[in-house]
Write a new protein. Structure first.
Length: 256
């Protein structure tokens, strides 16, 4: 018999934890949710390029993209205004960067299959840029003289590193490796290790962490466990057994 109710609850809790940890409750992302990474077989080159563009990084992994096919060679890219971050990204800065990542992945993929990408930004009504206007007009043209972009092979293996980072400075060798990797692209990378800029970054993170509305918005977009990850295939996916246990027992409440 149990001496106290606490003893009973302790044993039940231990049993639930053991059950969760020993019934295939792996921290790996379920294979079913990764089907998009291998779905590229289409007759229309636009769909092929889109299948790779969908793998682009986006703010909170919201994937705030919508497209419309026009004629036989054109795609209109819109922002899905139902997938915004009014608390953590009120100016839609991160959302627009996500649109740019989508366009870049589309371009790299099309180039790999011998198509040139012509991108226009036909904004007409600045009062409702995101809601009614296409972000971009993408037109494809066959061009067999294009060289393959070396970044194409990395699209399917790109992931967000959510592991802990070591508290050490990058070596000169590592910095040069990163710089060399973008030498042929019209971009610039800047490294900074000054205390002032570190303090700014830390203060920004603490501000977000201690602002309830911002943190609750992030909690809203967390997917926990195989069933949620497979169903939605977006946003912040967590499959850690401990987090799944906390969610199962109601100790991690995302109802905001």
């Amino acid at each position: 018999m149990f001496k106290t109710r606490r003893d009973f609850l302790s044993l039940v809790g231990t049993g639930i934890t053991f059950s969760l940890l020993n019934t295939g409750c792996s921290s790996k992302i379920p294979e079913e949710s990764l089907a998009t990474w291998n779905s590229h077989n289409y007759d229309d080159i636009r769909y092929v390029a889109l299948s790779y563009a969908l793998l682009a990084p986006s703010a909170h992994n919201l994937q705030s993209w919508k497209v419309k096919m026009v004629d036989e060679d054109t795609v209109l890219l819109f922002c899905d205004t139902n997938r915004l971050l009014p608390q953590t990204d009120p100016l839609n800065r991160q959302i627009m960067i996500s649109q740019g990542a989508f366009l870049e992945f589309f371009k790299i993929a099309a180039q790999n299959f011998g198509y040139e990408t012509i991108i226009e930004f036909p904004i007409k009504d600045e009062r409702n840029i995101l809601k009614y206007n296409p972000i971009a007009k993408i037109t494809l043209a066959k061009n067999n003289s294009l060289l393959k972009d070396k970044l194409f092979d990395l699209i399917s293996s790109r992931v967000t590193n959510r592991n802990f980072y070591k508290n050490i400075e990058l070596s000169n060798e590592q910095i040069n490796y990163i710089k060399d990797s973008i030498a042929n692209y019209p971009v610039e990378v800047v490294f900074s290790s000054s205390k002032r800029e570190k303090d700014i970054a830390k203060k920004a993170w603490l501000t977000e962490f201690h602002t309830p509305a911002k943190m609750l918005e992030t909690y809203k977009y967390i997917r926990i466990g195989d069933s949620e990850i497979n169903k939605y295939r977006d946003e912040i996916c967590i499959n850690d057994p401990i987090v799944r246990f906390l969610d199962f027992t109601g100790l991690f409440d995302r109802n905001v």
